[in-house]
Ligand binder design. Structure first.
Ligand code: NAD
Length: 469
């Protein structure tokens, strides 16, 4: 049931909660533990700010472009803080900052003008896209800035105001980013709230919110949708994934192995559309396993702030426990860890990059998303068998096909049941393309004009033509 009523969270007004550095496992800072009952004032101010923000398209463009410049300039402060609380290598944190600025620029000028509608009758209809009102953006801990900007950039460009709630595991860089962006925008157009549950639950069902855009797990997505049903707010959900990569029998293993490895292990595997299962023709299986194990063994694992680190820690203790449990369960089902398979014996939330072979198809790391540095490699007999296995999941975010004959690879990609299918790479997205999962991977569309229209409603003025009224 949605948690719409509680007005108090686990703390008291004015309390703060600790933020942990996953590279050490130690708290290094804290953030305000805002209470659900504080949301009424925050959402009220977002409603007030909406009146001015929606009214002036030109001023919005100028402000959003200035916000993009401000974020970019703040990179040297933002990126290390993001790495400290999230764990990812510093270069990847800089990439998140750059992506945030790029999104603000991409969407700044994208608000659509009026559109005449004709159907041959003597009426003159005009479609004018209108913003929805305050938008709640609720995001997880794997890409705190990038996923937040994927929500607030189109929502703001469309003329809405935004209340953003980051994960309690990664509130700090988001707070800093919002303070930097807010300085370029009118007051209360973009606000951040931080706190432990039930803050997110309460935000999702707040009657002043007109669109809840959420990225996170399937279970929480369901709760958010139930909560938003209370006010009939629009809901966009970007949820989990269990993406398969199918290697074809003409694949050049030496050529693709490194790219395939990083498509699974970037950000320590904590990517909704990472490669999470690999299907390989039986005769190539041992060669692919060996090649992937080579990259797993040579990847530099360490604190994200250390120069040269390629793989950081898992972000938080509960996630590390999930990765450990799923891997241990799969090993006890008969799988073999070609490399890794265990936590690293050092402080922090480090798990050894793991390649699994002899994996039973119904084991935990195949049927559920591992969301960590663990990759099962499964052999297949016929291509039909591989496609069937790839599609045999409750998720439908992405998938990929790897081979030398691109036409054949594209034909196989067309058989995947998911939102995006890549050939010879995985998880590369352009700001201009739609991003939408099917099945339990999501509801609604992000990215490109489709992401913008997700934050607008059609308003039609219908009048007779001159002289006919
Ligand atoms: P999560 O669902 O636990 O939390 C996501 C956000 O929701 C956090 O801000 C959290 O504080 C908040 N939240 C928790 N309970 C809530 C409730 N009852 N109501 C409203 N908000 C609530 O997810 P996570 O563990 O932070 O992130 C990992 C998951 O996110 C993985 O399943 C991953 O696949 C998914 N993910 C999906 C995408 C995508 O675009 N599809 C991108 C990144 C991550």
């Amino acid at each position: 049931m949605p948690n719409c009523r509680p007005r108090r969270g686990p703390g008291a007004r004015g309390e703060r909660f600790a933020v942990v550095d996953p590279a050490t496992g130690e708290a290094f800072d804290d953030a305000p533990d805002q209470q659900p009952d504080e949301l009424d004032a925050v959402v009220g101010r977002a409603q007030e700010a909406w009146r001015g923000w929606r009214a002036d398209d030109g001023a919005r463009v100028t402000a959003l472009l200035a916000a993009a410049d401000a974020v970019e300039a703040a990179g040297p402060g933002l990126a290390p803080l993001l790495t400290r609380e999230q764990g990812k290598p510093l270069t990847e944190s800089y990439a998140e900052v750059a992506r945030t600025a790029a999104r603000l620029r991409h969407f700044a000028r994208s608000a659509p003008g009026p559109l005449p509608i004709t159907d041959g009758r003597p009426v003159r209809s005009e479609l004018r896209w209108r913003p929805l009102g305050p938008v709640a953006a609720i995001v997880p801990w794997n890409f705190p800035l990038q996923l937040a900007s994927a929500k607030f950039a189109p929502a703001l460009a469309a003329g809405n105001t935004v209340v953003l709630k980051p994960s309690p595991f990664t509130p700090l860089a988001t707070r800093l980013m919002v303070s930097v962006i807010s300085a370029a925008l009118p007051e209360d157009v973009l606000t951040v709230v931080t706190g432990r549950e039930p803050l997110g639950a309460r935000l999702a069902c707040h009657p002043g919110i007109r669109h809840v855009t959420f990225t996170g797990s399937v279970a929480t997505g369901r709760a958010v949708a139930e909560g938003a049903a209370a006010s009939l707010a629009r809901v966009t959900l970007e949820l989990g994934g269990n993406d398969a990569a199918i290697l074809l029998d003409d694949v050049d293993v030496d050529r693709i192995a490194e790219r395939l490895f990083w498509a699974a292990f970037r950000n320590c595997g904590q990517v909704c559309m990472a490669v999470k299962r690999v299907y390989v023709p039986a005769r190539l299986h041992s060669g692919v396993v060996e090649a992937l194990a080579h990259y797993a063994q040579s990847a530099v694992v360490g604190a994200g702030l250390d120069r040269g680190t390629q793989l950081g820690p898992v972000n938080n203790a509960p996630q590390l426990a999930r990765v450990e449990d799923r891997t241990a369960q799969t090993l006890s089902d008969g799988a073999r860890a070609v490399t890794g398979g265990h936590r690293l014996d050092r402080p922090g939330y480090f798990f050894a990059p793991t390649i699994l072979a002899d994996v039973p198809p119904d084991s935990a790391v195949v049927t559920e998303e591992q969301f960590g540095p663990v990759l099962p490699v499964l052999p297949y007999g016929s291509l039909d068998e591989a496609v069937e296995a790839a599609n045999d999941t409750r998720f439908g975010l992405g998938g990929s096909v790897w081979g030398t004959d691109l036409d054949r690879a594209e034909a196989v990609a067309g058989r995947l049941e998911c939102g995006t299918a890549w050939i010879n790479h995985h998880a590369e997205l352009s700001l201009a393309q739609p991003f939408a999962g099917i099945k339990e991977s999501g509801v609604g569309v992000a990215g490109g004009p489709w992401g913008l229209y997700g934050n607008l409603r059609p308003f039609v003025v219908h009048r007779p033509q001159e002289g006919r009224g």
